[in-house]
Design a protein around this ligand. Structure first.
Ligand code: DUT
Length: 160
């Protein structure tokens, strides 16, 4: 069963009322990264390739705090601190307005016990402007059985 947006909001911070949806909580765009170097997925381990944040100069041109994204693939970091409570997994879907603008956000599994400010693959199939802090995605929680809780390399990522 999927949980209500009000329940999800108890585990996401900060949130404003307009982020709380019937079935989930909207996540905002914080930073957009471009990958520069190949990563590696090995049999025992992995490496995330070097990346850079979209340069601030571009953000400050014309319309401050807006990303102008040409067609391509980016990694988006969400603005909220997310905790996946015991007994649940999280899934992220694109905000439909993003998808209707020919862009897509992909999700992997958000494990029970994870805490951090996570990331998603932002596919831009047509140039788009996205304001920093704009709502781009929706996080939902589904109830799930598990024996262990998340203890991987991304635990507590991007927390101050
Ligand atoms: O779209 C997603 C999905 C998950 N996560 C977070 C939550 C999840 O719990 C964590 C780790 O995901 P996963 O277990 O898939 O990572 P991995 O590649 O297997 O690495 P590790 O074994 O170090 O966890 O990343 C994201 O930031 N974005």
């Amino acid at each position: 069963m999927f949980r209500s947006g009000a329940f999800v909001a108890e585990h996401i911070s900060p949130t404003t009322d307009d982020q709380i949806q019937p079935n989930g909580v909207d996540l905002t765009l914080d930073v957009v990264f471009e990958q520069l170097e190949p990563g590696r997925i090995g049999r025992d381990g992995k490496q995330v390739g070097d990346r850079i944040a979209r340069p601030l100069e571009e953000l400050e041109e014309a319309d401050p705090d807006t990303y102008y994204l040409p067609k391509g693939a980016y990694v988006a970091r969400y603005g909220e601190r997310i905790h996946i409570p015991d007994g649940h997994i999280g899934l992220v879907y694109p905000r439909s307005s993003l998808m209707r603008n020919s862009c897509m956000l992909n999700t992997a599994v958000w494990d029970a016990g994870y805490e951090g400010r996570g990331e998603g693959l932002l596919q831009v199939h047509h140039d788009i402007e996205i304001a920093r802090g704009a709502r781009i995605a929706q996080l939902v929680f589904a109830e799930a059985n598990h024996e262990d809780v998340y203890d991987g390399s991304y635990q507590r990522e991007n927390l101050e």
